[in-house]
Design a protein around this ligand. Structure first.
Ligand SMILES: [Zn+2]
Length: 341
């Protein structure tokens, strides 16, 4: 069985095909431009084109998952809010046009929840019963896994870790609220606080002794530390995964975050949890979207399994989870076969 995963970002659309027979593997992955300024309808067409291109190269596939950067109505298959993408997205159909264009069942998931699903099943949080993920970038995404399952919630709305308020009456957030951790700790907020054009410049300046940049990193790490400490206190996750573009700063950011979390976490001993970098790289969201397609469409998975096994009756089966036994072979096998461009 093969599943198409599409990850819609502000700049790029990432596509992968994941095979889930036996040990899951990424069969192929690719990146194309979103062209967000052309508006919602053009972007949906580009998603379909990216899907077609992936299927032509690595298909056929049994279903498609699409990861989107915001909230949606999962019954109607329409978008509600994309805080970081231009254009009138509210009410834009997403599932139906992709279903028609690709002639496939299509499942929709928030991109950070897709990231969480991938990292929890086959990445940095594999084997952890309870985990939380933060995706640090232009915005901040989040997701939680409880008792080994992605906590999806109504319309996939559960796990918005970035929109917990860490500064009462703080700066406005893209979600419409004020003082969310996204509003004060995104890459944009960090660059503005440090007085630098990009976050790469922030970390470069801090490394060469720029006090304003160093202070900005400490401040942002402290906001993130409060948010992560809140999640640790509520859920007691075994692992907290930090991913996304900002996490590319590595230890320069991870260490201040770890110190801040330790400062703000009182009830959970530090040896109960780990704060770890993401493992799957830039295609994690697309891989998670493909896995969500597999997870959320058990009847499709059953049909495909039944056809492959010569008609064996499998109706009522639950979706098969990939083997999460120790050793990491599964994790390695899901790494994209070539580095992204
Ligand atoms: Zn918010």
């Amino acid at each position: 069985m093969r599943w198409l995963g599409l990850d819609l970002g502000g700049t790029n659309i990432k596509s992968v095909v994941v095979q889930t027979d036996g040990e899951p593997v990424v069969v192929g992955c690719d990146t194309s431009e979103t062209g967000a300024r052309d508006g919602p309808a053009a972007v949906v067409e580009r998603l379909a084109s990216a899907g077609h291109a992936a299927i032509d190269r690595w298909g056929p596939v049994d279903g498609c998952g699409v990861g989107v950067p915001g909230t949606f109505d999962s019954d109607a298959g329409t978008i509600e809010l994309f805080p970081n993408l231009p254009g009138p997205w509210r009410g834009q159909p997403m599932v139906e046009p992709l279903r028609v264009a690709l002639d496939l069942p299509v499942s929709i998931i928030n991109d950070a929840r897709a990231f969480t699903l991938a990292e929890s099943r086959i990445g940095a949080a594999a084997g952890a019963s309870t985990a939380a993920c933060f995706v640090l970038g232009t915005g901040i995404g989040g997701g939680v896994v409880v008792d080994g399952r992605l906590h999806f919630g109504p319309h996939g709305r559960a796990g918005e870790l970035a929109h917990q308020i860490v500064v009462r009456d703080g700066p406005p957030c893209g979600c419409g609220n004020r003082g969310c951790v996204e509003a004060v700790a995104s890459s944009r907020a960090l660059a503005a606080l440090a007085g630098q054009p990009t976050i790469e410049d922030v970390f470069r300046a801090a490394a060469t002794g720029d006090q304003r940049a160093a202070d900005a990193i400490e401040t942002v790490a402290d906001h993130l530390g409060v948010a992560i400490a809140n999640v640790i206190t509520m859920l007691v996750p075994e692992r907290v995964v930090i991913g996304g573009g900002v996490a590319g700063a590595g230890a320069d950011l991870l260490e201040p975050i770890r110190r801040a979390v330790a400062r703000h976490t009182v009830l959970v001993p530090p040896d109960w949890y780990e704060i770890v970098p993401a493992a799957l790289g830039p295609y994690a969201g697309a891989i998670g979207a493909a896995l969500w397609s597999f997870d959320s469409q058990p009847e499709v998975a059953n049909r495909a399994r039944s056809a492959a096994s010569g008609g064996t009756q499998l109706a009522g089966d639950r979706p098969v989870k990939p083997d999460r036994s120790p050793g990491g072979g599964l994790r390695r096998s899901l790494r994209p076969p070539h580095p992204p461009p």
